[in-house]
Structure formats: C-alpha cells, structure tokens
Design a protein around this ligand. Structure first.
Ligand code: SF4
Length: 501
C-alpha cells in the first residue's frame, strides 16, 4: 500500500473542496469504509517542504543542520558529534517543521546528551480546559521539563493542542490514538487503518514533534499478557489489543508502519515506539510479554531508519531496582542503540500518593544506566488527573533524577551547580543558595518559616541545629583557628628544627 503526498491543489482525488483543499481527514468516511488507505493530500504549500530531509537523512548525508548546531550549543558538545549520533540513530532531534517555524527551540535526546525529562499534561473527560493546560505547560517548562506530552482525552482537544504548540519552546509529543478514539465516539472496534493514518497526519500538520504509536504489540503477544497480575496497563496497548480481538486481525499500526513512516517523514515527526505491554506492577516486570514486544520494537527501529524517520523507544513501567540496569542494557542492545524513553520506572507498588518518589528512584537508576529521557510520574499517578501543583512536584522529582544520573555518568559540567550551591551553603549565602535551587520559592519559604527576617539571610546557622550546634559554623571557626595558628606553628616548627639541629 503506497502513501503518496501531494502539493496543495494538485490532489487528483475528487473530495477536495472548492479551494482545492482536503476537506479534513475524518471527513473521508468513504476512504475508510472501502478498506483501502487513501492518499493524504493537500498537505503542503511549497514543494521545498516536501523535499526537506529529516534530521536523520541530513545527518546521514553528512549535513549539519541548524537544529543540530542549536542542540550542540545547548549540550556543550560539538555539532559533528551531534550529527554522528543522529546519523547512527542513537540520538533524535524531535522538531516538526511546523513547530520549528514557531517557538520551538530544538534539543537532542540520546545517550550522548544530558538526560532529558518529559512531563505529561492534557485534560480528561472529567476535568481541565485550555487555560488549565497552558498553566501546566508553563509550570513544566519553568521547572525544567525538556519535552511535554499533550495526552488530552476530553473536550476541545484540537484547541488545547494548538494553544500548547503555539506557546511551547519545547518539543510536544502526543498519543494520536486518544484523539482518534474520541473522534470515533469511543468505539475502538470502528477504527480503520485510514482513521489512524489521518489522525497522525492531522496532528503532524498541527506541529506535534513526536508521537507514541503502539505498533509493536502483536496478536501473538496477547496470550502472554492475559494472566499477568495487572494485564495490559498501557491505554494505547489495551485499545489495540481490543481491536485485534474484535477483528481477529494483526495490529493495523504494525501492518501500516511504512505508511505511517511516510507521514512522519514529511513533517519530520519522531517516532516514540510505544510499549503497549509495559509491566504495570512489580509482579509483571521483565516478563515474556514485555520482552516479546521489545523484539518487535527493535525491528521497527530499523524500519523507521530505513524510511528516513527518527525513532526512540518507550520502556517500562514498574520494575524492581535490581532489574532496571538489565532492562536498559537489553533495550539498547535489542533496539540498536535507539534512545530509550522510560516511564519511571516505579520501584515499588505500595505508595499511591507518592509515586513521583517511587518512580524517580527508578528513573535515576535508569538514567544512570543509559536511558535518554525520563517520563515523569506525578503524586496523582493511579489516582487522578494531575493538577498544576502535581505537575510541579513531578517535574521537580524528575529533574532531580535526571540531574543525579548526569552527575553519576560524569557528563562534563554536570556537577557545576552542585558545587556552586555547596560553596554558597558553606558561606551561609542563603540568597545564593535559594537562587541555585531547583525550586527557589520553596527553599526560601522553608527558611522563612522560622527565620523570616532579612538579617537571617546571612546568619551563620539556621533553625535546624541553631547557632551553638551548627556544624558548618563550627567548621568555619576551625578553619579560622587553623589559619590563625599557622604563623605560630611555623615559628614553633622552625624553632624545633633549629633546636634539633
Ligand atoms: S544550623 Fe545545621 S542545617 Fe543549618 S546551616 Fe548550620 S549545619 Fe546546616
């Protein structure tokens, strides 16, 4: 099945409106009903857009793009190293051409780059609106999210996404399945391959930089997941499983992978190959279902590269600490070095309400082991849709995890901020300590709780130990005594030597 892209106005189909424009993807019921994949059309205004290379194609051709240069500057790496990593598939630069024309500031995700974090925002059928989601976007960016996924499943999905992309300097990811399901009225059984292709094109045209597609979960994997403790916990994975059961057919996203690549390539959307069979509890970790899907994802990585598209691979989930490094190593090996984008993983299942902590522990180990991006988890995980404060807590927890991983991997300059804040701490420069903190407002507020007056912002103690027991104050005095004692010591020493000679 061939997917052909046309310049606007050159579409040979009869469904164009009076202006020669495609009337809209989901306005093609006939194409969907006939069971064939129609040719998307009317995508491009200029031929040059069609001809542009993806970052992967450019890198393989030996070209250093402006986006590679920009990413290199942000990482403190050479442009040539970025190009080489992108060409090898070990690094991606999610930068949809549409978003690039807006506010996007490109960045690199890969093992050679600083460990990145993603925050998930988006409304649900129950709560939130455009304003609320934009607030979450700004909170995510303010506290250091490198990418943001819009996982909206409620009302005004297009309006929310358009506003997020227009307002975002960081790459935006989505799971196209969610909006497609909304458009289909919640009946996944009604999905035809064309519906999904159309939704991917629609979101690509909006400027989405990377997309999660659950194309590695196959029919033959389903028996492996049936008897798990928590079954299939990925929303996209469970929906695809239901479709395959209802139709008795193979995963259509797997079958139409090359068609999807054609759309992704046209906009340079990066694949985030979804882990539909990720374990949802410790008991299901590292099981046959998880690794069977991973093998397919490894094959799809190579197909995505053959199609000129960038790819990263999503990972678990819930994993005991002692299995995390093995999981990362296995993914890197099976997926040919493609960047690993992990959700957590949560290292215990016993702390609903605190899963930003249970997962940040796993995320730090995963980042240390070589994961390229950590998808945050908020305190509301398993309990409800995160609000703005939950987003902040999740981002901070993951910023800590990613930074700890960067320090442990000894990335150049990773520890500079730690050293600077430590010097400020020992110098009792409280204001500098707050300035360097990941969350300056909270650090200052905690100090203000007991010592709010300005004079205490240079005091040589805080309320934790008080002035008499402040160990850093005592050490400071020791240093002064040592310095003051030096001339006398040298005199005594000199005298001793003289006496002994
Ligand atoms: S009082 Fe204790 S916690 Fe506070 S600065 Fe001194 S050593 Fe640190």
């Amino acid at each position: 099945m061939l997917l052909v892209l046309f310049r606007r106005g050159q579409c040979p189909e009869t469904c164009s409106d009076a202006r020669g424009r495609c009337p809209g993807i989901l306005a093609h019921p006939s194409a969907s009903d006939c069971g064939t994949v129609a040719t998307p059309h009317g995508f491009f205004e200029e031929e040059s857009e069609l001809m542009s290379d993806t970052q992967l194609q450019a890198a393989r051709a030996g070209d250093i793009t402006p986006e590679m240069k920009s990413a290199a500057e942000r990482e403190g790496l050479s442009s040539e190293l970025i190009r080489r990593e992108v060409a090898a598939g070990r690094m991606v630069i999610p930068a949809n051409r549409v978003h690039l024309a807006g506010k996007l500031q490109p960045l690199a995700i890969g093992i050679a780059a600083r460990c990145k974090i993603n925050s998930n925002i988006g409304n649900s059928a129950v709560t939130s609106d455009v304003r609320g989601e934009l607030e979450k976007l700004q909170t995510s960016i303010r506290y250091g999210a490198d990418t943001v996924m819009d996982l909206s499943t409620g009302k005004s999905i297009d309006e929310i996404r358009a506003a997020i992309i227009a307002d975002s300097p960081v790459p935006i990811g989505t799971v196209p399945m969610y909006q497609m399901l909304e458009e289909l009225g919640g009946q996944i059984e009604d999905m035809r391959p064309q519906h999904f292709l159309d939704m991917v094109e629609h979101q690509a045209r909006q400027g989405v930089d990377y997309m999660t597609v659950h194309c590695g979960l196959l029919r033959e994997h389903l028996p492996l997941a049936v008897h798990r403790t928590t079954g299939i916990v990925s929303r996209g994975g469970s929906l695809i499983a239901r479709w395959m059961m209802a139709h008795g057919k193979q995963n259509p996203l797997y079958e139409h992978f090359d068609d999807l690549c054609a759309v992704m390539r046209a906009y340079d959307v990066t694949w985030s190959l979804g882990d539909g069979l990720r374990p949802g509890c410790l008991a299901d970790a590292s099981d046959a279902a998880q690794f069977a899907e991973l093998e397919v994802l490894g094959q799809l990585v190579q197909r995505s590269w053959a199609n000129g598209t960038q790819a990263m691979v999503e990972g678990p989930g819930h994993i005991p600490m002692d299995q995390i490094e093995m999981n990362v190593r296995k993914q890197i090996e099976v997926c040919h070095g493609a960047p690993f984008y992990v959700l957590g993983p949560l290292v215990t299942d016993i702390a609903p309400g605190y899963d930003h902590i249970t997962s940040a522990i796993g995320a730090a180990i995963a980042g240390w082991s070589g994961a390229a991006m950590l998808c945050y988890v908020t305190p509301k995980e398993h309990l409800g849709l995160p609000n703005n404060e939950d987003v902040k807590q999740g981002v901070i927890a993951y910023k800590i995890a990613a930074h700890a991983a960067d320090v442990a991997r000894r990335r150049p300059g990773a520890r500079d901020r730690d050293d600077a804040i430590s010097r400020a701490r020992f110098a009792f420069d409280w204001n500098e300590q707050f300035r360097l903190a990941l969350d300056p407002e909270t650090a200052r507020a905690y100090h203000d709780e007991t010592l709010p007056q300005d004079g205490f912002k240079s005091a040589h103690f805080c309320s934790m130990c008080g002035p008499k027991y402040c160990s850093m104050g005592i050490t400071e005095n020791l240093r002064q005594l040592t310095v003051e004692a030096k001339p006398q010591a040298s005199c005594e020493d000199g005298g001793a030597r003289h006496a002994g000679s």
